[in-house]
Design a protein around this ligand. Structure first.
Ligand SMILES: C[S@@+](CC[C@H](N)C(=O)[O-])C[C@H]1O[C@@H](n2cnc3c(N)ncnc32)[C@H](O)[C@@H]1O
Length: 386
């Protein structure tokens, strides 16, 4: 697994980014105008890779994917590309374009397809990237952000409602689900102010039976409680990585990590449908009250499958329903409150199995409410030899 840390671009990185692009033969034109869309990867404090997202309203352009020579072939670029795809999706882009001279087959693995310029949307064609003379002969590729047919509402509206609710929760601390009582492995109580930040609906860490040395990824890590418990259980030879799409939650989780002095835990900003992690890097994936919030749950389960090592396990606590949630309840507000996005239990288990997992079993159920919603903790295994 790459040791690179992915982070937002800082103004002080501009010179190094431009130098890296120049050494990779990539144009620096337009970089200063799109700095807020750039991500960087650093190792031991040294910038080793970059990638950028240009926002052109209805479409995005992925650009400037470059890695310093000694760090190539270790998945750093792929991690950055997935993070940019996730951001483009989150911005509500219909499609993400890129221009390349030699890396067509590399980008095909993320779902990009070659496209004629005549078929490119006008918002992209008007960009500097497309009008630049040096790019006239480049191959154009596109990734269409398919919207699921499963919900009638705008998926972008759901995602924004979710992000807004959890940004508010990160700053105000308003729980949506009942947290479980919490202690570290040696019996010490987790500080109350950290327990109070929990928005989970189950105890996936207890169910995951973590072992020392394991790498655990927490999908939708919120303010970090489960990641801290995981880091405690796997000890100094293991590590925990939390991924969350809400910047305020990531900031809170990092502040909580500093308060606890937790060294083997880190938090990455990203969507769990496009995990900023390489293939087969995790022994265990956990998640607590998150997947019900996704407009389409399937990409999260296939990403979980990709990121788990063969033989690894997925342990998810989530809200499911006894019967389909009626369409009239499917507003962005109710969705973001863990109410409207719940799937019937059998459908939920079917999606996990459909992503390739085996031994899918419900370990426990609790907290039925009048609307027929309840919390289930589910365990599944990625088969060996895949
Ligand atoms: C109900 S809270 C649970 C947080 C945490 N798991 C806990 O137990 O406290 C849901 C979290 O999922 C995050 N989230 C929702 N959709 C997400 C997505 N598509 N990708 C990453 N994070 C997401 C939200 O930002 C929020 O922090």
């Amino acid at each position: 697994m790459t040791a690179a840390t992915i982070s937002e671009f800082r103004a002080s990185d501009l010179g190094e980014v431009l130098a890296l692009l120049a050494s990779a033969g990539l144009p620096g034109v337009g970089v200063p105008e799109h700095l807020d869309g750039f991500l960087i990867a650093c190792e031991d404090g040294r910038l080793v890779a970059t990638a950028g997202l240009e926002d052109h309203g209805t479409v995005g352009i992925l650009r400037s994917v470059a890695v310093v020579p000694g760090c190539r072939g270790r998945g750093v670029a792929a991690t950055l590309v997935r993070a940019i795809i996730g951001r483009s999706h989150a911005k509500g882009h219909e499609a993400l374009y890129l221009l390349t001279n030699a890396a067509e087959s590399y980008f095909e693995r993320f779902g990009f397809q070659r496209v004629e310029r005549a078929q490119v949307r006008s918002a992209a064609l008007a960009s500097k990237q497309f009008t630049e003379k040096a790019c006239e002969k480049s191959t154009v590729m596109v990734l269409e952000h398919k919207r699921s047919g499963r919900v009638s509402m705008n998926e972008h509206a759901i995602r924004e409602a979710v992000r807004e609710r959890y940004a508010r929760a990160a700053t105000a601390g308003t729980p949506c689900c009942a947290p479980a009582p919490i202690t570290f492995a040696d019996g010490r109580a987790v500080p109350e102010e950290i327990v109070d930040t929990s928005l989970g609906c189950g105890a996936p860490i207890e169910a995951a039976a973590l072992k020392p040395g394991e790498t655990v990824v927490d999908l939708g890590s919120g303010a970090g409680l489960d990641a801290f418990l995981a880091a405690d259980r796997v000890g100094p030879s293991g590590r925990a990585i939390g991924v969350d799409m809400t910047p305020e939650m990531i900031a809170k989780a990092r502040a909580n990590a500093s308060r606890l002095g937790a060294a083997n835990v880190e938090f990455r900003l990203g969507e769990i449908e496009h995990l900023p992690l390489p293939d087969a890097c995790a022994d265990v994936l956990v998640s607590n009250c998150v997947i019900n919030l996704l407009p389409d749950k399937r990409p999260a389960f296939s990403e979980a499958f990709r990121v788990l090592r063969p033989g690894g396990r997925l342990v998810v606590s989530d809200i499911v329903s006894a019967a389909p949630v009626p369409d009239e309840f499917k507003t962005p507000e109710l969705w973001s409150a863990c109410l409207a996005g719940a799937l019937p239990e059998a459908d939920y288990l079917g999606l996990i199995a459909g992503a390739g997992f085996t031994s899918v079993e419900v370990l426990s159920k609790r907290g039925w409410n009048a609307a027929g919603l309840f919390s289930a903790t589910v365990r599944a295994v990625k088969p060996k030899g895949v």
